[in-house]
Design a protein around this ligand. Structure first.
Ligand code: CU
Length: 355
């Protein structure tokens, strides 16, 4: 029994890391992450280049990634880059590059100590190219080392040439919330002198499932092909700056849209006559002050689609998070004036006066 609960604790402790891919991969590395089942991962990568003066024009290079976890360590997704370098040149009609991919994480879990390996077959619609990547990562404590081998059946910007790319990178986590990373990747057959590189400062936003990175790179898109080639022709040295933001969307959270109100949940101690009802609606406690007698109880009901708490300003023990449609009953045994607030919304305030 003890072993089971320890395992559960370990799972809970590791779980938040699963979406924190920017603390475990460099900006131009696909990584070995796979969203959990019923989680859609949305990553927004935005890089820009400032042209030399006097114009100082800003040219933007965004890549949007959407991937859905299907369970069994499998995901399916797509990337859309609106200004891809690989879309420039012979054989390209557009700079809008779309890549569809599947990913199977064959070994390990990104972010856990040890090896993780993911296989990513993909199709690049702009190049009409069958692409693929095998990525491996090795994590020990604060350090992650990454490698990737990529295959491309029609390299964009060439007359349909096959290509092979290799890439490697590292991440060093300075604290739980801050990491630095760098990577280098290049087409190898032939090497065309335009290796893709990046360096980044990666942040886990405390209390959230989001990561954010500030980065510099010479690659214009995050597709398998885009992450394998630099922006500038050999000899010049043009740097793109930018950021990436990762957003895991838990589909369960959208259930109320389709299934109506969640089931009522009753929290708090029953016992003691409920002498007053207080609604929590529109992010307010209805009726700022109520008066009851010692030994009586108050029931709060959450009518909002988000969690609230009843947290007393004094020593009185308050509620756990009260889910939408949940109630919380609290009995007051001693006379006094009990001011309280909601922890997520500290501007929500109320008073219970007990005579
Ligand atoms: Cu609240």
């Amino acid at each position: 029994m003890k072993r089971v609960s320890l395992a559960l604790v370990a799972l809970v402790a590791v779980a938040p890391l699963r979406a924190q891919s920017l603390l475990y991969r460099g900006p131009n590395m696909g990584g070995t992450w796979v969203p959990d089942a019923a989680v859609v991962q949305f990553n927004f990568l935005h890089r820009f280049y400032v042209t030399p003066g006097p114009a100082h024009g800003v040219i933007n290079y965004p890549t949007f990634t959407l991937a859905a976890g299907l369970g069994h360590d499998v995901s399916f997704g797509g990337r859309f880059a609106t200004k891809s370098l690989v879309g420039i040149g012979a054989g390209a009609q557009s700079t809008n590059e779309t890549e569809l991919f599947a990913r199977w994480r064959a070994v390990g879990t990104e972010g856990r100590d040890g090896f993780s390996v993911a296989i990513t077959p993909a199709y690049n619609l702009l190049a009409k190219s069958i692409d693929g990547e095998v990525a491996a990562a090795w994590t020990r404590g604060a350090v992650t080392l990454e490698g990737a081998a990529r295959g491309v059946s029609r390299e964009l910007g060439t007359p349909g040439r096959r290509q092979v790319a290799l890439a490697g990178g590292f991440v060093g986590r300075l604290t739980r919330y801050i990491a630095v990373s760098g990577d280098l990747g290049s087409f190898m057959a032939p090497v065309d002198g335009r290796a893709a590189w990046s360096v980044a400062l990666n942040l886990l936003i405390p209390g959230s499932p989001h990561t954010f990175s500030f980065q510099a790179s010479n690659a214009t898109s995050a597709t398998i092909q885009g992450a394998s080639v630099g922006y500038a022709p050999a000899g010049s040295n043009q740097i793109l700056y930018g950021f990436e933001f990762t957003i895991p969307l838990h589909l369960k959270r959208f259930a109320p849209w389709f299934h109506g109100s969640p089931k009522p949940v009753a929290l708090g101690a029953p016992g003691g006559a409920v002498a007053a009802e207080i609604d929590m609606a529109a992010i307010k406690f209805a009726g700022e002050s109520i008066t009851i007698s010692a030994g009586q109880a108050v029931r709060w009901t959450n009518r909002d689609p988000l969690e609230h708490t009843v947290t007393f300003d004094g020593a009185e023990a308050g509620s756990p998070p009260i889910p939408p449609n949940g109630t919380y009953v609290h009995r007051f045994d001693k006379p006094g004036t009990y001011t309280y607030h909601c922890t997520p919304h500290p501007f929500m305030k109320g008073v219970v006066v007990v005579k």
